[in-house]
Write a protein that binds this ligand. Structure first.
Ligand code: ZN
Length: 439
């Protein structure tokens, strides 16, 4: 199996193995350790936001420190052990150390009868509480008559919230945001697959001279994205649109979640790529119950944000359970989604604005050797090529539409032509002095 992997897949697989066991949360050492490991792929700049700082309507919480947690039965056997799986503690739990009855413990046990082998993932970031998450099979072993020794060796202290950032400067005035989140503990598709793909995408782009600029951010979900927006309003203003990379490593179908404007070009571009690769996909319309597009697309920020998924959050059976693990998620699947994202960027890089050098009446193509030698034919039969690859047609439309404002993709969609072909033709007539590229 391993020899079938390409080099990037191998690297992704090694990262999956290293990062999966780390106990992440919205703050704390797990996030920093994760970012530090990702720095081996791409030199992320780390920034800390202090606990207590206000960010729009929210406040950066105290940092969560957890050292140990368990439940022991009356014989002293650890029946639940944080060292075996970090999911067993409700994320952000308060500390507790007490021997208690089953009845007292019961309201603090979270379980999922519909998936009896799975430990559910639960959090209590903004509500002071503590809890244990157990599989339904484990839950059934508890004895209603017994007492249990319960320990969560955890505390909340002023500290900071950590984000990672990487910026690639291009020449055009167009900048894209590529955001992912880094706050889930040992859960593979949601969310470890996202930061892994994003780090490799950043590395891939860093090797090229890109036309556009790309801002990569790695944040704890929700509070991290809010903090980023609040602290970087001038940066956010420069962004055209972007992506939230999440749930990209499952075995199921591809899908994409539309941005709030369904006619935005990023939606059209993704559909075009799925179609050209003959991939089956599911289209999820925009809604406000998603990931960090909830922040970036809020009316005062207003960015169109899309996500490409391979097993979207909330849609797969193992979502937010211990079964979203490295049996379910494979480097191969992350690589497949990575290849789609690379293709998206590749086409964005060809999505250029041009302006015509003369726009009063038609230009004379024949004197520039751009028109067939024999005139008088029906326009459709000028070339035997399919319409979408018809050079004269492409030239005429480019000269009609290139006003310095519309992009090639806008034009490609209007006239139903292939964007890469339009790019080739546009560059050719640019050489002839008929178009100027606009930044
Ligand atoms: Zn999640």
């Amino acid at each position: 199996m391993n020899e079938m992997m390409n080099n990037i897949e191998k690297e992704m697989n090694q990262l999956l193995q290293r990062l999966f066991p780390i106990n992440r949360s919205i703050t704390g050492s797990g996030v920093r350790e994760t970012l530090k490991i990702l720095q081996e792929v791409v030199p992320l700049k780390m920034t800390e936001f202090s606990s207590g700082e206000d960010v729009f309507d929210w406040t950066i919480p105290n940092e969560w420190f957890i050292r140990d947690a368990y439940i022991k039965d009356s014989k002293g056997n650890k029946i639940i052990d944080f060292n075996k799986t970090n999911l067993c503690v409700m994320n952000y739990s308060q500390g507790i150390s007490k021997t208690m009855s089953y009845q007292e413990l019961l309201p603090h046990l979270y379980t999922l009868p519909s998936l009896p082998d799975a430990i559910p993932y639960r959090t209590t970031y903004y509500n002071q509480n503590w809890g244990f998450c157990v599989s339904y099979k484990q839950f059934q072993q508890f004895n209603e008559e017994a007492n249990y020794e319960v320990l969560i060796d955890a505390e909340h202290k002023p500290g900071s919230l950590t984000i990672g950032e990487y910026y690639i400067q291009g020449n055009s005035k167009i900048e894209y945001l590529i955001s992912t989140y880094i706050c889930h503990p040992s859960l593979a598709n949601d969310n470890l697959s996202g930061p892994i793909l994003t780090a490799f995408l950043a590395r891939e782009l860093s090797k090229k001279r890109t036309r556009h600029s790309y801002r990569f951010v790695f944040v704890p979900e929700t509070i991290g994205a809010i903090a980023y927006c609040a602290k970087n309003e001038s940066k956010i203003k420069k962004i055209d649109s972007g992506f939230v990379v999440t749930c990209v490593g499952g075995p199921g179908n591809f899908s994409y979640k539309q941005s709030y404007n369904p006619n935005h070009y990023l939606n059209k571009l993704i559909v075009k790529i799925f179609n050209e690769q003959k991939l089956e996909y599911i289209e999820y319309p925009f809604n406000i119950f998603g990931s960090d597009e909830r922040q970036y697309s809020s009316p005062g920020i207003g960015l169109n944000i899309v996500s490409i998924h391979k097993d979207k959050y909330q849609e797969y059976l193992y979502y937010h359970t211990s079964l979203d693990n490295l049996e379910f998620v494979k480097a191969k699947y992350i690589y497949e989604t990575f290849a789609i994202y690379v293709r998206v960027i590749d086409l964005l890089e060809k999505n250029v604005k041009y302006r015509t050098t003369q726009n009063k009446c038609e230009v004379m193509l024949s004197k520039r050797d751009l028109y067939p030698k024999t005139g008088g034919m029906l326009f459709q039969s000028v070339s035997a090529q399919p319409d979408e690859f018809n050079e004269v047609k492409a030239i005429q439309w480019l000269l009609f539409y290139c006003d310095g404002k519309q992009t090639l993709l806008d034009i490609a969609i209007k006239i139903n032509m292939d964007i890469e072909y339009l790019y080739v033709v546009a560059e050719k007539i640019k050489e002839k002095g008929l178009l100027i590229q606009v930044k």
